[in-house]
Design a protein. Structure first.
Length: 127
């Protein structure tokens, strides 16, 4: 970076620091900062909790809950939310046979190992 640009940048930074100091002296601004910070931190915490719950659901789903007592795939509306969260995709299959068509469903589930890895990183289990 040329010397002139560095000098201009340093001057701008000094001006911004002076303006920030003046704003912090202002009672209204200095009182508003902690309130806004607390609101922001609550929102971040809420998103973190929601994300961790989602990862947990993907790591600990029970594949047997996809099937009924007759070992048939349950209707999607009958699958509980925790198990449904572990479904990455559903694909209808149709295959031509000599005597007509055969239909089926392909269900792809999320990777448990990846979810467990993310949880372990968050909990700092492995370093």
């Amino acid at each position: 970076m040329p010397l002139r640009q560095q000098s201009e940048q340093a001057t701008l930074i000094q001006q911004l620091k002076k303006q920030a100091s003046r704003l912090l002296v202002n009672v209204g601004v200095s009182e508003e900062i902690p309130k806004r910070r607390d609101e922001f931190l609550k929102a971040i915490k809420s998103v973190q909790i929601s994300t961790l719950k989602g990862i947990h659901r993907c790591a600990h789903y029970n594949v047997r809950k996809l099937f009924d007592d007759t070992e048939e795939l349950r209707d999607i509306k009958d699958i509980d939310n925790d198990t449904a969260a572990a479904i990455e995709s559903i694909k209808a299959l149709k295959r031509k046979r000599k005597d007509g068509y055969e239909t089926g469903v392909k269900v792809k589930l999320v990777g448990k190992l990846k979810s467990l890895e993310l949880i372990s990183k968050y909990q700092s289990l492995f370093k």
